[in-house]
Design a protein around this ligand. Structure first.
Ligand SMILES: [Zn+2]
Length: 292
C-alpha cells in the first residue's frame, strides 16, 4: 500500500526535478544566447568603431565638408525676397570679363551654390556671355572699350560705348541688361583729366535712362598689381563685416589667383552665415561719392 504512494511521490518528485532541470537548462541556454548575442553586439560595435575611425581619419585627410550646394542650399536664382529680413548677403561681382577664367569661376559658383554678377566688356570669349546667363547669374554692363579717354570724353561718348556693349550682350544672350558699373567706379578721378564734371553728369543721366549703377563696399584688391597672391586677395576680401557686401573682383585671363582665392572667400562668408546672390535692380548699390 505504501509502495504505490512512494512510487507516485517518486514520479511527482521526478516530474518536479525534470521541471527544475528544464528551467535550469532554459536559463542556461538563454545565457548562452545572451552571451552569443552580446558577442555579436561586441563584434558589430568593433566593426562600427573601425568604420567611424576610418571616416574620421578620412575627413582629416581627403574628404571636405559638404558645400552649401551639396547640402541643398543653392542660392543661384534667389533674390533678397526669398531670404529672411535679417539675412546677411554677399554680392560677388566680376569686372572686365569674360575671359579664359570665366568657366573656372562658374564651376566654383556652381559647386558652392552662389549667385554672382558679371560686369562684362568686349571679349574674345563671346560664348561666355550666354554661359554666364545659362548658369543663372546676372550679366551686367561694364564697358565696351574700357578706354577712359574715349568713354569719359563726353556724355554722348559714354552712352555710345554703353550701347555697344548692351547690344552685344543682347545679341549673345537675349538679355537687355539695365545694371551697369562705371569703369573705375563712380568715384574715379581719372575722368577729371578727360572731361571735367563728367561723372556728376553721368550718375544722374544713367538713372534718367533707367539704368542702375553699382559701385562696391569691399575690394578684393586683385587689381592692385600683377599676380597678386591669392592669400592677399583672400585677406582683403574677408575684411568686410557689413550685412550687405558688394565685393569687387575681376575676371580676366591674367587673374588666376582671383580664382584660386575664390573658394576660400566663399567658404569664409558661408561659415559666417552669408548668402551669395546676384544683383538685380532692387539690390543695394553701394554708391561712392562722386569726385568729378
Ligand atoms: Zn574695369
Amino acid at each position: 500500500m505504501t509502495l504505490p504512494r512512494f512510487s507516485r511521490f517518486s514520479r511527482i518528485l521526478c516530474v518536479v526535478l525534470a521541471l527544475v532541470f528544464c528551467l535550469f537548462m532554459g536559463a542556461c541556454s538563454r545565457d548562452v544566447a545572451v552571451v552569443e548575442q552580446t558577442g555579436m553586439i561586441m563584434e558589430v560595435t568593433v566593426a562600427r568603431q573601425n568604420e567611424i575611425e576610418a571616416v574620421i581619419s578620412d575627413a582629416y585627410t581627403t574628404t571636405e565638408e559638404p558645400t552649401k550646394a551639396e547640402q541643398g542650399q543653392n542660392c543661384i536664382g534667389l533674390t533678397e525676397d526669398d531670404l529672411p529680413d535679417d539675412a546677411k548677403i554677399v554680392y560677388l561681382t566680376f569686372d572686365d570679363g569674360p575671359s579664359s577664367n570665366t568657366q573656372r569661376i562658374l564651376d566654383i559658383l556652381d559647386k558652392y551654390g552662389c549667385g554672382a554678377t558679371f560686369f562684362v566688356m568686349k571679349s574674345d570669349y563671346r560664348d561666355e556671355y550666354k554661359n554666364i546667363v545659362d548658369h543663372g547669374h546676372a550679366i551686367a554692363l561694364h564697358t565696351y572699350t574700357h578706354d577712359f579717354y574715349d568713354l569719359y570724353a563726353s556724355v554722348d561718348d559714354y552712352f555710345a560705348d554703353l550701347d555697344r556693349i548692351s547690344d552685344l550682350v543682347y545679341e549673345k544672350t537675349g538679355v537687355r541688361s539695365m545694371l551697369i558699373r562705371f569703369p573705375g567706379g563712380s568715384s574715379n578721378s581719372i575722368s577729371r583729366n578727360v572731361c571735367y564734371g563728367i561723372m556728376s553728369e553721368l550718375v544722374d543721366e544713367v538713372e534718367n535712362r533707367g539704368y542702375s549703377y553699382f559701385d562696391w563696399n569691399a575690394d578684393s584688391q586683385d587689381a592692385s598689381g600683377n599676380n597678386v597672391p591669392a592669400s592677399y586677395i583672400y585677406e582683403s576680401s574677408v575684411s568686410c563685416t557689413a550685412n550687405r557686401i558688394i565685393l569687387l573682383m575681376h575676371d580676366t585671363d591674367m587673374k588666376d589667383t582671383t580664382v584660386d582665392a575664390l573658394p576660400d572667400i566663399i567658404e569664409y562668408y558661408q561659415s559666417q552665415g552669408y548668402y551669395f546672390l546676384s544683383l538685380n535692380e532692387n539690390s543695394p548699390t553701394a554708391h561712392h561719392g562722386v569726385v568729378n
